[in-house]
Write a protein that binds this ligand. Sequence first.
Ligand SMILES: [Zn+2]
Ligand SMILES: [Zn+2]
Length: 334
Amino acid sequence: MVNSLLMQADQAAGPGDGKKECHVSVHQVDRFKFAILLPPLFVLSIIGCLYVVFVCWHLEPMLQQNVPVEKRNPDVLLRGQVEGALFHLLTFMILYCYISAVITHPGTVPNTAEWQLDWDQPQHKEQGDVAANEWKRTGERRYCKWCGKYKPDRCHHCRVCKQCILRMDHHCPWIMNCVGYHNYKYFFLLVWYSAVDCWYIALSMLTSVHKAVNEETEFTDLFMLVFGETLAILMGFLVVLFFSFHIWLMTRATTTIEFCEKSTKGDGVSGWKSAYDVGVVRNIFEVLGPTPWLWLLPISFPEGDGTSFFTVDKEVVKSRASGYKRDRRSLRES
Ligand SMILES: [Zn+2]
Ligand SMILES: [Zn+2]
């Protein structure tokens, strides 16, 4: 899964990034429009499968709806109610983050004059009036020939979305959208809640699976419980692996594309430090927002606009969140 996403990121990043040309033409993308619906449908069908198995084969027996009130086991009933409430909360968070990641625009280059490309006189590094960290090898300011605009740092052109994406991480077929500056937190939390939910399902259902295996149970019930348990564990491992990768990227102030660029250039990533790495906590502020107790909720976002970033050179680091807000203002004004 990680590999497929890395490959997708590599294909989706646009020209001018020192990458190989992608040979998927616009015509081909249009022609297979239906195909882009398959990954989201696959994701939704897995969520649906786990939901049905958990509710019908695990929760329902515990809620004892078909048992007369006086014969119900109150301990089992309470457990069913608590597990059901937590499960539905997690499912809601997954769907909220998923829909938000799909419909939130990741951010593109503003239409203001400062970003409009001057075809006759592309700006050069020596001119010294542009506060950019990334430049072309020729000394020219980075620009996108498709959009006709200069590129802010960490911005890449996505061939699938046909536009430049601010702090592009990768184009994600599972959400039919690019993961960029404005929807990265939704994407990150989607993976987080999915990991928690998969392991919550796997651990909660263990008692039901154990009971079904050891007691006389109809084949359909046994099959569905073992199927749900296996699916939850399998997805749990994959999602935790993917989440760990994104934790690693976030704490090192790196995107998937930057990681791929570093890996494919043969420099290796061990010992490499991103120019945007201004310390683990500050790096997390830049992705999950300035309020630590809201980091794992889909509210409170980074305060920047996706066109300027702290770098080691421009470091004005304060360890407190109030300092972060003040520094963000001074970064915008610089
Ligand atoms: Zn572009
Ligand atoms: Zn895209």
